[in-house]
Design a protein. Structure first.
Length: 240
C-alpha cells in the first residue's frame, strides 16, 4: 500500500511538472507575448534609417519576446561602421526599444594612389567613398586605408591638427599631410604651412590666422608656425 501511494504521488508530481512545462511553452507561443512594437531612437546623424536599424538587429514584429536576444541584436547593429553605440531593451509584454548613437563624418583620407574614405574624429573609417567637393572636409594623406569600421593607425597627429582648425580657417585649409618633422597643411593657392609636432595645435592655428589677417595669401609661398608665437613667412613676390 505504501509503495502504491509513493508511486501515485510520484506520478502526480510528474504530471504537475508536465502541465507547468506545457503552460510555459504555450505562453511563449502565445500572441500575447509577441513583439508588437519596435521603437527606434537615433541620435548623432541620419546616415542610416530606423528601418535599417531594425533590419540590422534581426528583430521582427510577431517574433516571440522570449526569443529576442538583446546582446546578439546589439552586436549585429554594431557591425554597421556608422554606429558608435547601441542599447536594446525588451519592455514586457510586447515592446522592444532600440537606441542608436551614430558617428559623425569628420574628414576625408586619401592615399597617394587616389583612394578615398570618410572617417570620424577618431580616425575610424565610416565608408569608402569618392571625393565630394561639396563637402567642406579637410583631406588627410595616409599610406593606406582601413576597412570600414576599423581605425586607421598612425594618423593621430594629423587628427589633432585637423581638430584645431577653426571654422574660419577651414575654408582655406584643404589638406593635412605627414612630414619628417611633423605635419603640414596645404592651403588654397598651394601655400604650405609647416605645423611641426605638437599635442595641441591650437596655438599654431591661432598664429596662422593672425598671419592671414596681415598679408595677402596670394603673395605667400610658405608659412612656418611650428615655433609658438613666432611665425616665419616666405614670400613669392612673383605671385603678387
Amino acid at each position: 500500500m505504501k509503495v502504491e501511494t509513493k508511486n501515485f504521488r510520484k506520478a502526480i508530481g510528474i504530471a504537475i511538472i508536465c502541465i507547468l512545462l506545457l503552460g510555459l511553452y504555450s505562453a511563449t507561443q502565445s500572441e500575447l507575448l509577441d513583439v508588437d512594437e519596435i521603437d527606434v531612437l537615433i541620435t548623432g546623424g541620419n546616415e542610416i534609417s530606423s528601418n535599417e536599424v531594425v533590419a540590422l538587429s534581426g528583430i521582427s514584429l510577431s517574433q516571440s519576446m522570449i526569443s529576442v536576444n538583446s546582446d546578439k541584436a546589439e552586436s549585429l547593429v554594431l557591425m554597421n561602421p556608422w554606429v558608435d553605440e547601441v542599447d536594446i531593451n525588451k519592455e514586457w509584454p510586447n515592446r522592444v526599444s532600440i537606441w542608436v548613437s551614430l558617428r559623425n563624418a569628420f574628414a576625408y583620407v586619401s592615399t597617394l594612389e587616389g583612394k578615398f574614405a570618410t572617417i570620424d574624429a577618431d580616425g575610424i573609417v565610416l565608408e569608402l567613398s569618392k571625393f565630394n567637393s561639396s563637402d567642406d572636409f579637410v583631406t588627410l594623406i595616409v599610406e593606406k586605408l582601413a576597412n570600414p569600421g576599423s581605425k586607421i593607425k598612425g594618423i593621430e597627429m594629423m587628427l589633432r591638427a585637423t581638430r584645431a582648425i577653426s571654422p574660419d580657417l577651414q575654408q582655406w585649409i584643404k589638406i593635412i599631410s605627414p612630414t619628417a618633422s611633423g605635419v603640414r597643411a596645404e592651403m588654397q593657392g598651394s601655400v604650405f604651412v609647416r605645423l611641426g609636432v605638437s599635442d595641441d595645435f591650437t596655438t599654431a592655428m591661432t598664429d596662422l590666422k593672425a598671419v592671414l589677417g596681415q598679408v595677402e595669401l596670394m603673395c605667400i609661398q610658405s608659412i612656418d608656425v611650428s615655433v609658438r608665437e613666432n611665425p616665419i613667412i616666405e614670400r613669392d613676390n612673383s605671385k603678387c
